[in-house]
Write a protein that binds this ligand. Structure first.
Ligand code: HEM
Ligand SMILES: *[C@@H]1O[C@H](CO)[C@@H](O)[C@H](O)[C@H]1NC(C)=O
Ligand SMILES: *[C@@H]1O[C@H](CO)[C@@H](O)[C@H](O)[C@H]1NC(C)=O
Length: 320
């Protein structure tokens, strides 16, 4: 109950913020009159995809993060490259790595069939991320709706905004603060790495060069998954125990030095001008409910970034 009240409070604050910005009001009931079947349709689409492959839930969660961090949550990530346009999909953090585009297409087609030209792709991505987390065993929250889809984006915008897995804590804090997210949001949202996988190319440096890693764990990864040369596309789970279940186990892995990404390990034992995030890691490791509640609140905050003018795209892969 306390969690629900806190979420409601965050939703109100967030909606007021967006309205004051002059960019339109987001509201959980935005489509209640125009597309009452929307939320069940998204839930069905995500459930089907997760049933087929649990990891797709993780992929849909990451898709939302990568959408929101670049120009705001405007489905800019979904625009396909064309002969005269190169978008975010080709940017280094996304190419050969970001997934779930077909799942969004399928849900969009279903939604268009009953609510023509009504629901933005950006809102579908936001709902899909929420449902993915919940279907993997994580919390749920009210998704504020009414975003519009971008007409344009650039590959460079994605490369400038998305954090690199070789960053150090000060860079991570800086990258998040540029998006209005604080240290608490950074640590809570990093808990998304409770689910899903990463490529050897993204954790090689951590596994071979860093000293802040459990050496037993590093030795296993070196021997079995991530050779010093080659094997770039080999995959390992971001969380050891239950990579298909959204829980707070990730924070225990941080404490025992058993996370794949340098950036995740940086959340503990790093200090700088901004202080440390150690207390937050320990708090979320010890208290699953606290993590779930604060993750949900941070996701609402992430979802409220810079709603722009734009359109309701008919096909999520191209402007109308
Ligand atoms: C803090 C900065 C972050 C960095 C540097 C980062 C980096 C990465 C990297 C390198 C991967 C592996 C990609 C691959 O090898 O294919 C990954 C996977 C993932 N990330 Fe992050 N990430 C960050 C924050 C987040 C946030 C805020 C979320 C969501 C709220 C998120 C959700 C995910 C998920 C769910 C996966 C697994 C995706 C899959 O299996 O398809 N990450 N991240
Ligand atoms: C880019 O190509 C599309 C067709 O793929 C065309 O409709 C559009 O006008 C072109 N835009 C520019 C700026 O050349
Ligand atoms: C390193 O990982 C092992 C399991 O592989 C664990 O038992 C041990 O406690 C970890 N070491 C530290 C210092 O956390």
């Amino acid at each position: 109950m306390e969690l629900l009240l806190r979420l409601a409070a965050v939703a109100l604050v967030a909606a007021a913020f967006v309205a004051a910005d002059g960019t339109g009001t987001l509201s959980p009931s935005f489509y209640d009159a125009t597309c009452p079947g929307l939320q069940p349709a998204v839930r069905r689409g995500v459930a089907q995809a997760v049933k087929k492959e649990a990891r797709m839930g993780a992929s849909l969660l990451r898709l939302f993060f990568h959408d929101c961090f670049v120009q705001g949550c405007d489905a800019s990530i979904l625009l396909d490259d064309t002969a005269n346009f190169t978008g975010e999909k080709s940017a280094a953090p996304n190419a050969n790595s970001l997934r779930g585009y077909e799942v969004i297409d399928a849900i969009k087609a279903e939604v268009e069939a009953s609510c023509k030209a009504t629901v933005s792709c950006a809102d579908i991505v936001a709902l899909a991320a929420r449902d993915a987390v919940n279907l993997l065993g994580g919390p749920s929250w009210p998704v504020l709706l009414g975003r519009r889809d971008a007409l344009m984006t650039t590959k460079a915008a994605a490369e400038d905004s998305l954090p690199s897995p070789t960053s150090r804590l000060p860079q991570l804090l800086h990258s998040f603060s540029k998006k209005g997210l604080n240290a608490r949001d950074l640590v809570a949202l990093s808990g998304a790495h409770s689910v899903g996988m990463a490529h050897c190319s993204n954790f090689r440096e951590h596994v071979y060069k860093d000293t802040k890693i459990n050496m037993t764990y590093a030795a296993q990864l070196r021997a079995k998954v991530c050779p010093f040369v080659g094997g770039d596309d080999n995959l390992a789970p971001l969380e050891l125990q239950k990579p298909d279940k959204f829980d707070n186990g990730f924070f225990n892995d941080v404490i025992t030095g058993q996370v794949l990404l340098r950036t995740d390990q940086e959340l503990l034992g790093s200090s700088g001008s901004h202080g440390t995030t150690d207390a937050l890691v320990r708090e979320y490791a010890a208290n699953a409910d606290r993590f779930a509640a604060e993750f949900a609140m941070a996701m609402i905050k992430l979802g409220n970034m810079a709603v722009q003018d734009g359109e309701v795209r008919l096909n999520c892969r191209r402007p109308n």
